[in-house]
Design a protein around this ligand. Structure first.
Ligand code: NAD
Length: 328
């Protein structure tokens, strides 16, 4: 049975972003009061527009790096769903200092604020990047390698801090290692855009999307609604063994970027037949990228009751319909 958070007060940090705004939508539909802390560094006000008139929604425009903003945002909160961070491996390679300040110091500020406010549980976004150079496939939670980027270090440090806070202060913490999430509201623009919205936008505009490397690298692409469910499962898990741990959150299958490209082209050509003949542009390899990624989701299934309900193909079709309406 899928567990849903309802009739309580939840903080979503990074709620103006891709995953955060999908979380807020679900939480409001389930009759929760939702507080969003965001500084709009990468998120957008447009993602929050549907919620602004809802009396159960409160926006705190503030920064994780500011202790007072963190303390204000956790007042009266039961569950913290910590999504705010600077994502993107290449961004962290270009500017490791800012990524560290937000993702490590900001994360620590949130942990301290949540501890002092006595929140029930702190669920946070980690990342598949913590597996670094470990060659094993599928990725199993206990077997991680050396981080390959500053971003990966910040997520690893988040897990270390969460573990220490659980041990020292008895906090209930759960980390979710997301694997390449996609879906509506993911930003297609800018230097650090994720691959799926970037490909979709280029194809809709009849441009040739760039693929780094030969396109044979593989990823466990995960539709955002699976992540929405995972956050709720993590917040509500009642097995004590489930706490103070990190989990792979993915679909549990992988496809190559070339396969992804072909699927997107096929699905989009149902809207616009001219897209069927657009070829990708192959570019040089990108630093910090891992060659393959595939999650074992056994641990999340067993301890959180996580079950991904949307396959990659179903998710891609849903995402494409949304982008077609919003970008064309
Ligand atoms: N999207 C993925 O595939 C993926 C994969 C692994 C992990 N994650 C993690 O999931 C979380 C959400 O990612 P997303 O894809 O929704 O990214 P996103 O960039 O769309 O959202 C992040 C949000 O955090 C906000 N933010 C950034 N710095 C902030 C600060 N200093 N103070 C307050 N708010 C701040 C941004 O404005 C944005 O709204 C992040 O922690 C990310 O590292 C995402």
């Amino acid at each position: 049975m899928e567990k849903l958070i309802s009739n309580t007060r939840v903080l979503v940090t990074g709620g103006a972003g891709f995953i955060g705004s999908n979380l807020i939508e679900a939480l409001l539909l389930q009759d929760n009061e939702v507080v969003c802390l965001d500084n709009f560094a990468t998120g957008s006000r447009k993602n929050l527009l549907p919620f602004l008139d809802n009396r159960k929604f409160k926006l705190i425009e503030g920064d994780l790096r500011n202790e007072a903003d963190c303390r204000k945002s956790v007042e009266g909160i039961q569950y913290v769903l910590q999504q705010a961070a600077l994502g993107s491996v290449p961004r962290s390679i270009k500017d490791p200092v800012t990524t560290n300040a937000v993702n490590v110091s900001g994360f620590l500020n949130m942990l301290v604020a949540a501890r002092d406010a006595g929140v029930k549980r702190f669920v946070y976004a980690s990342s598949s990047s913590v597996y670094g150079d470990h060659p094993g496939l599928p990725k199993i939670e206990e077997e991680t390698g050396n981080p390959l980027s500053p971003y990966a270090i910040t997520k690893k440090v988040n897990e270390l801090y969460a573990g220490v806070f659980a041990n020292l202060y008895g906090m209930e913490v759960v980390g979710l290692r997301y694997f390449n999430v996609f879906g509506k509201q993911q930003d297609p623009d800018g230097e650090y855009a994720a691959v799926i919205p970037r490909f979709i936008k280029a194809l809709i505009r009849h441009e040739r999307p760039g693929i780094f490397g030969n396109g044979e690298q593989s990823r466990d692409f995960t539709y955002v609604q699976n992540v929405v469910h995972a956050n709720q499962a993590a917040a509500l898990a009642d097995d004590p063994e489930a706490l103070n741990s990190a989990y792979n959150i993915a679909y549990g299958e992988r496809i190559t970027l070339n396969q992804l490209y072909n699927l997107l082209r096929e699905y989009l050509s149902e809207f616009d037949p001219a897209i069927a003949t657009i070829e990708p542009l192959y570019l040089a390899d990108r630093a910090g990228d891992i060659p393959h990624s595939l999650a074992s989701i056994d641990k999340a299934r067993r301890l959180l009751g996580y079950e991904p309900m949307y396959s990659v193909k179903v998710g891609l079709k849903k995402a494409i319909s949304w982008y077609w309406e919003n970008l064309k």
